[in-house]
Design a protein around this ligand. Sequence first.
Ligand code: N01
Length: 536
Amino acid sequence: MTDNDAMRHDVIVIGAGLAGLYMLHKLRQTGRRAIVIEAGSDVGGTWYWNRYPGARCDVESLDYQYTFSDALQREWTWSERFARQDEILAYINHVADRFDLRRDIVFDTRVTRARFVEATAEWEVETDDGSRHVAPFLIAATGALSLPQTPPLPGIEDFKGDVYHTGRWPHDGVDFTARRVAVVGTGSSGIQVIPNIAAQAERLYVFQRTPNFSLPARNAPLTEQQVEERRRNFADIARSNKASPSGLYRPPSDVATQSALDVPEERRAADYEKWWNRGGTLLMRTYTDLLINADSNRTATEFAQRKIRDMVERPDVADKLTPHYHIGTKRICLDSGYYETFNRPNVTLVDVNEDPISTITGDAIVTAGRTCPVDAIVFATGYDAMTGPLLAMDIRGRGGQTMREAWSDGPQTYLGLSIAGFPNLFVVAGPGSPSVLANVILSIEQHVDWIADCLDHMRDRGFETIEASPDAQDAWVEHVNEVAQATLYPRTKSWYSGSNIAGKPEIFMPYVGGLGRYTAYCAGVARDGYAGFVLS
Ligand code: N01
């Protein structure tokens, strides 16, 4: 590629979701000309694509918002404890308008290739419409869960009905009234969409491979008092959230201080009941060690298993719906009436372990034991998480090395934001950073601020390139693994470790050390003159 006809910028950002938008705002504030290239037709990323019925955030809306602008938080009012997709998308659109971001975003354009040209120390980027862009810096704000995955079920190409993926939902919605529908997959997306489709459809078949733990969201409208209280204390709470492991607010009186094993059984049952009734993911924070001590975890796991049996009328169905892994080690789901949906006469649960799908015909899903006639199939089968969106582009660093080659044994990053051999490339909330294990908006803000400070540092001192040193990267990858191995997370197969994708190297990808600790570490790296990076 030559850069004769290329457009030149100071920075190229890929993706106009929550990360790309704040990155653009920050780059402008620090006097840089940036362009954002976005595959969708509008802003929003995840919240642009995931429009399936029941789509909601599993982080409380008062926590799930940017903190960088006090004016922004004052003028936006969330309506519910857990915001619906359309409300979050409206918020993101408001941010885009308020900060006049759209004029530097090109929509409906997908980055296909990016190459670091060593002679000029610049990134050359190609898109699917044939346009070319050149800039010294490239920032991937491509999201962790943005590359949907659909299993290659035999016969799917013969199916004559409608096929949907929750992560690519039609903008004008889908009416399932009087239709026979299959949902494949019972992760967060499946668990949200299933009760909504069941309420509409004539018949619903749910194809489940692994049952999941889901906690009642207990969603409700926010009161004026709750909204005002957060508004008043916004800066203080944001500061304490950023220093906490999860980035989520909990009043000090509610912060766990004990092991589950340090309290008598009766008290433990009462504690779990209390947090179960409060709703959301609070149950997982009842004690300090639920994700590090198998015996402690077992107490919460058994509590949740009993709850499923209480909610599901038929014992054989309840058995199939009951997970047998450590609760919380796969992403915990939140629901509104998920388990109860299986008490409905129009809903059938098919466990594909005992009754595998053998083929799909023009109008049915055929398993070993039955034929399920359907008019529509909804795949809620998840994503090639964290690495997928990056590897979907042909990214080449020094010496033409591809990212796919560099990551053939799994993602290798320094701090989850930089990759040895790929100078001047930053990843926002990438593998090796807290990202999906913490409040992702705070993770994004921390990365964006850090990157912007780093670019200022380089400009002030006349550096042209920054690159993670292989040694620092190796040490970070080892640290990320070590911290993960000290928890129960790696004991369960999940998209956190890539085990949902055939052939993907199994490595626990996010950093489980907590947002606060990670933020302090990154600040220390910067303070020490970007220790572990080579600047030239
Ligand atoms: O995807 P998933 P998701 N045959 O990978 C099954 C976030 N999110 O879109 O577990 C049959 O979790 C697969 O089975 P198994 C959140 O972080 C948040 O639901 O691999 N089944 C699993 O049941 C979440 O964790 C929100 O055995 C097959 C399901 O498909 C992440 O996104 C809402 C199959 C995929 O579950 C991903 O959630 C939605 C096959 N061949 C998403 N292949 C909220 O904020 C896969 N499966 C609430």
